[in-house]
Design a protein around this ligand. Structure first.
Ligand code: NDP
Length: 282
């Protein structure tokens, strides 16, 4: 039976570390402020935004909310981003995705100052990660690395298979595992013999958005299985990309959904808010 990796506990540990550092900074007269921008009132986005603000409050990071109507134009949002870029009282800028269809997400992401890009989505942040320069790292894959490290799972020299190649999860995940000296394979919807490829993995990271897709036949005995998926099953219950009940019998370690990667994403956002101070001073 696999060891369950407790993302909630590890995320709590990380938030406590951030909180302690923020407290020290405050004693020295430095505050950290995150601007949280939401356009429209998508219910899922509202939940994410609320969780992020709650984490800020816990860590002692000031969050400033900018709630814009569904009809907001691209120009209006660009103008807000520009003013936040120029505001020395703002350290990090988070624009909650997805944005309404009249707004080009790439335009907005590209308009955020790379020194305030706490989501790590700006092309400059992505480029910095791939060539090993300092910069913000996308929170979900950064959280996966912390889960592995803090669970004592060795990455160096290991076969890691990442399934999914999105810009916010799969691709940065692969870059980070490479930086940890794993041997990395990135699989996607055109990969042939996916189960066979996955069974090579000492570390299997799933990020495809398909409920319980990865059954036992995808998993190597004793592998670490990290499930980034957040889906609803046929009964509307939250579940990951991995069929947990089957996988836990074969894997050596596994993350649950919920309570695995999800809480880490928010914790790493807090780490990035703290890092924004250093990046702005650099
Ligand atoms: P995307 O839809 O952007 O990307 C999905 C990827 O999975 C694509 O690369 C696609 O391949 C691949 N894929 C889809 N179906 C298959 C298949 N049958 N076999 C192999 N590969 C497949 O998703 P995201 O990366 O944004 O998100 C993935 C999951 O992670 C979702 O469940 C999402 O909710 C969750 N997520 C969780 C976060 C968290 O905080 N824990 C944060 C962000 C996302 P191709 O490129 O060929 O189309």
């Amino acid at each position: 039976m696999a060891i369950q990796i407790d993302g909630k506990a590890i995320a709590a540990q990380i938030k406590d570390e951030v909180r302690a550092r923020i407290e020290q900074l405050r004693e020295q007269g430095t505050e950290v402020t995150l601007a949280v921008v939401q356009v429209g009132a998508d219910p899922a986005s509202s939940v994410y935004v609320r969780n992020k603000k709650k984490a800020c409050e816990y860590c002692g990071i000031i969050s400033r909310s900018y709630e814009l109507g569904e009809e907001t134009t691209q120009e209006e949002l660009l103008a807000l981003v520009q003013s936040l870029n120029e505001d020395p009282g703002i350290n990090g800028i988070l624009v909650q995705l997805p944005l309404p269809s009249q707004i080009d997400e790439d335009r907005i992401i590209g308009a955020i100052s790379p020194s305030k890009d706490v989501d790590g989505f700006h092309p400059q942040s992505v480029g910095a990660l791939s060539i090993g320069l300092p910069g913000f790292i996308s929170c979900t894959p950064a959280g996966v690395i912390q889960l592995l490290r803090r669970s004592g799972i060795e990455m160096e020299g290991k076969e890691a298979v990442v399934v999914g190649r999105s810009n916010i999860v799969g691709k940065p995940m692969a870059a980070l595992l490479l930086r940890e000296n794993a041997t990395v394979t990135v699989a996607h919807s055109r990969t042939k013999n996916l189960a066979e490829v996955c069974r090579r993995a000492d570390i299997l990271i799933t990020a495809i958005g398909k409920p319980k897709f990865f059954t036992g036949e995808y998993i190597r005995e004793g592998a670490a299985v990290i499930d980034c998926g957040i889906n609803r099953d046929e009964n509307g219950k939250l579940c990951g990309d991995v069929d947990y009940a089957e996988a836990e019998k074969i894997a050596g370690a596994i993350t649950p959904v919920p309570g695995g990667v999800g809480p880490m994403t928010v914790a790493m956002l807090m780490v990035n808010c703290l890092a924004s101070l250093e990046l702005q001073q650099a």
